[in-house]
Design a protein around this ligand. Structure first.
Ligand code: FES
Length: 104
Protein backbone atom coordinates (compact mmCIF):
# COMPACT_ATOMS: atom_id res chain seq x y z
CA UNK A 1 0.00 0.00 0.00
CA UNK A 2 1.41 3.40 -0.89
CA UNK A 3 1.28 6.50 1.29
CA UNK A 4 2.11 10.18 0.87
CA UNK A 5 4.65 11.43 3.37
CA UNK A 6 5.68 15.01 4.08
CA UNK A 7 9.39 15.27 3.32
CA UNK A 8 10.11 18.96 3.85
CA UNK A 9 8.92 22.47 3.15
CA UNK A 10 9.45 24.02 -0.29
CA UNK A 11 11.87 26.51 1.23
CA UNK A 12 14.07 23.79 2.71
CA UNK A 13 15.54 22.98 -0.71
CA UNK A 14 17.24 25.64 -2.76
CA UNK A 15 16.89 25.70 -6.51
CA UNK A 16 19.30 23.24 -8.18
CA UNK A 17 20.05 21.54 -4.88
CA UNK A 18 19.28 18.34 -2.95
CA UNK A 19 18.60 17.45 0.68
CA UNK A 20 18.44 14.21 2.62
CA UNK A 21 15.16 12.91 4.04
CA UNK A 22 15.00 9.95 6.43
CA UNK A 23 11.76 8.10 7.03
CA UNK A 24 10.86 4.67 8.37
CA UNK A 25 14.46 3.51 8.46
CA UNK A 26 15.00 4.52 4.82
CA UNK A 27 16.88 7.43 3.32
CA UNK A 28 15.70 9.51 0.37
CA UNK A 29 17.01 12.47 -1.57
CA UNK A 30 14.73 15.41 -2.40
CA UNK A 31 15.75 17.58 -5.37
CA UNK A 32 14.69 20.99 -6.59
CA UNK A 33 15.45 21.42 -10.27
CA UNK A 34 16.66 24.64 -11.92
CA UNK A 35 13.11 25.15 -13.28
CA UNK A 36 11.72 24.84 -9.75
CA UNK A 37 10.20 21.37 -9.77
CA UNK A 38 10.67 18.82 -7.00
CA UNK A 39 11.81 15.20 -7.42
CA UNK A 40 12.65 12.33 -5.08
CA UNK A 41 14.91 9.28 -5.31
CA UNK A 42 16.46 6.75 -2.98
CA UNK A 43 19.05 8.51 -0.88
CA UNK A 44 21.97 6.22 -1.54
CA UNK A 45 24.02 5.80 -4.69
CA UNK A 46 23.52 2.37 -6.31
CA UNK A 47 27.28 1.90 -6.68
CA UNK A 48 28.23 2.03 -3.02
CA UNK A 49 26.38 3.29 0.01
CA UNK A 50 27.04 7.00 -0.36
CA UNK A 51 24.55 9.77 0.42
CA UNK A 52 23.49 11.46 -2.80
CA UNK A 53 22.38 14.49 -0.80
CA UNK A 54 26.11 15.24 -0.42
CA UNK A 55 26.44 15.27 -4.20
CA UNK A 56 26.18 17.96 -6.81
CA UNK A 57 23.04 18.86 -8.77
CA UNK A 58 23.61 20.07 -12.33
CA UNK A 59 20.50 20.58 -14.48
CA UNK A 60 18.72 17.19 -14.26
CA UNK A 61 21.81 15.29 -13.06
CA UNK A 62 22.94 14.30 -9.56
CA UNK A 63 26.63 13.54 -9.32
CA UNK A 64 27.65 11.18 -6.52
CA UNK A 65 30.37 12.67 -4.31
CA UNK A 66 32.34 9.41 -3.98
CA UNK A 67 33.30 8.34 -7.52
CA UNK A 68 31.44 10.99 -9.52
CA UNK A 69 28.84 8.55 -10.84
CA UNK A 70 25.89 10.36 -12.40
CA UNK A 71 22.14 9.76 -12.47
CA UNK A 72 19.25 11.61 -13.99
CA UNK A 73 17.31 12.34 -10.79
CA UNK A 74 14.07 12.87 -12.76
CA UNK A 75 14.07 9.38 -14.30
CA UNK A 76 16.59 7.56 -12.08
CA UNK A 77 18.64 6.57 -15.14
CA UNK A 78 22.27 5.69 -14.43
CA UNK A 79 24.37 7.72 -16.85
CA UNK A 80 27.44 5.53 -17.10
CA UNK A 81 30.38 4.00 -15.23
CA UNK A 82 30.89 3.47 -12.39
CA UNK A 83 27.11 3.46 -11.86
CA UNK A 84 25.14 0.87 -13.83
CA UNK A 85 22.05 0.32 -11.67
CA UNK A 86 19.28 2.88 -12.00
CA UNK A 87 18.12 4.88 -9.01
CA UNK A 88 14.58 4.35 -7.72
CA UNK A 89 12.40 7.44 -8.09
CA UNK A 90 9.23 8.41 -6.21
CA UNK A 91 6.24 10.57 -7.18
CA UNK A 92 6.29 14.05 -5.65
CA UNK A 93 3.62 16.68 -5.13
CA UNK A 94 3.64 20.06 -3.44
CA UNK A 95 0.67 21.00 -1.27
CA UNK A 96 0.41 24.22 0.73
CA UNK A 97 4.17 24.67 0.62
CA UNK A 98 4.91 21.12 1.75
CA UNK A 99 6.83 18.66 -0.42
CA UNK A 100 5.19 15.24 -0.29
CA UNK A 101 6.60 11.99 -1.66
CA UNK A 102 4.69 8.81 -2.37
CA UNK A 103 6.23 5.73 -0.81
CA UNK A 104 5.36 2.15 -1.66
S1 FES B 1 29.50 5.41 -4.56
FE1 FES B 1 28.48 6.65 -5.99
S2 FES B 1 29.70 6.50 -7.76
FE2 FES B 1 30.66 5.15 -6.35
Amino acid sequence: MSEWVEACSEGDVETEDVIRFDHGGRTFAIYRSPDDEFFATDGFCTHEKMHLADGLVMDDIIECPKHNGRFNYKTGEAKGAPVCINLKTYPVKVEAGKVMIQLD
